[in-house]
Design a protein around this ligand. Structure first.
Ligand SMILES: *[C@@H]1O[C@H](CO)[C@@H](O)[C@H](O)[C@H]1NC(C)=O
Length: 293
């Protein structure tokens, strides 16, 4: 606890020092690199809109220019409309390499009118197997909605329009690894995964609907940029540090906690922490801590 408080204090001091050079994320040209898919990925409208598309040959993807070590990173997404079965829009933070840390949203498309599945996972040192899945309380293809990762030394929160849907706490005290040493970039990709995403290939991707397109706007990152091997927030020197430091809060407030419980009661469709078939020998340690389960 003491060491956490002093870490946070250091962050706060360095963030306050940096807050005068606060600027917004600017255009997507400045924040994002298109990584693959050639002309299937496009930045449009003077850098205010990005689209990824998928056709029978190939999908597409992008990556943030910066790497982050803690922060709140968010973007607005409008998912593939219509019959999107078999498509997966992945939106995630990841460090490089086989012992990577990774925090995932994956949006699994569906037949027209049937709900998307929001698949989430947390990898630490290359090990995941911490899936939770949700349905949404709105149609994610009708308009843009904000999907965010809040990542600080104390917990990770997945949010949809500022409603937290999942919290992964730092439980190193009971031997659960926590992502805190590897900087991560934001990635997104649109790809075809009909074997995985449609209940074992039950529903095929309808290629007559291709190209499938997902849209993105309003990238925002409040946090700590990792640059040239420098490991602390005090090394942040220029953009992307906003005055809003609320992402550093070590716990959800009462209202957010209520919203999280509302989502988990009404919209959670899979939780590894209750899957007894999968873990006959006992659940992973973090499942014993209530807020992860
Ligand atoms: C598609 O919708 C059906 C019917 O509601 C649901 O059972 C299934 O889990 C959904 N599939 C995906 C991939 O979201």
């Amino acid at each position: 606890m003491a060491s956490f408080s002093s870490t946070v204090l250091l962050f706060l001091i360095s963030l306050m020092a940096a807050s005068f050079i606060a600027v917004s994320a600017g255009t997507l040209y400045e924040a994002i690199d298109i990584k693959w898919g050639d002309e299937r990925a496009k930045i449009l409208n003077n850098g205010q809109l990005l689209t990824l598309s998928l056709d029978r040959t190939c999908g597409s993807g992008f990556q943030s220019k910066n790497e982050y070590l803690f922060g709140k990173i968010e973007m607005q997404l409008k998912l593939v409309p219509g019959n999107s079965a078999g498509t997966v829009t992945a939106f995630y933070l990841s460090s490089p390499g086989p012992t990577r840390d990774e925090i995932d949203f994956e949006f699994l498309g569906n037949l027209s009118g049937d709900p998307y599945t929001v698949h989430t996972n947390v990898y630490t040192q290359g090990k995941g197997e911490r899936e939770q899945q949700f349905h949404l309380w709105f149609d994610p293809t009708a308009d843009f909605h904000t999907y965010s990762f809040t990542w600080n030394p104390k917990h990770i929160i997945f949010s949809v329009d500022d409603t937290p849907i999942r919290e992964f706490k730092n439980l190193e005290s009971i031997g659960v690894q926590y992502p805190k040493n590897q900087a991560m970039s934001l990635y997104s990709s649109l790809w075809d995964a009909e074997d995985w995403a449609t209940r074992g290939g039950l529903v095929k991707t309808d290629w007559s609907q291709a190209p499938f397109t997902a849209s993105y706007r309003n990238f925002n990152a409040n946090g700590c940029i990792w640059s040239a091997g420098k490991s602390s927030c005090s090394s942040v020197s220029s953009s992307l540090i906003l005055a809003d430091n609320s992402w550093l809060a070590p716990e959800l407030d009462a209202r957010s906690q209520e919203k999280l419980m509302w989502v988990q009661r009404n919209y959670m469709i899979y939780n590894y922490c209750t899957d007894t078939k999968r873990f006959p020998g006992g659940f992973p340690a973090e499942c014993q801590a209530t807020s992860n389960s």
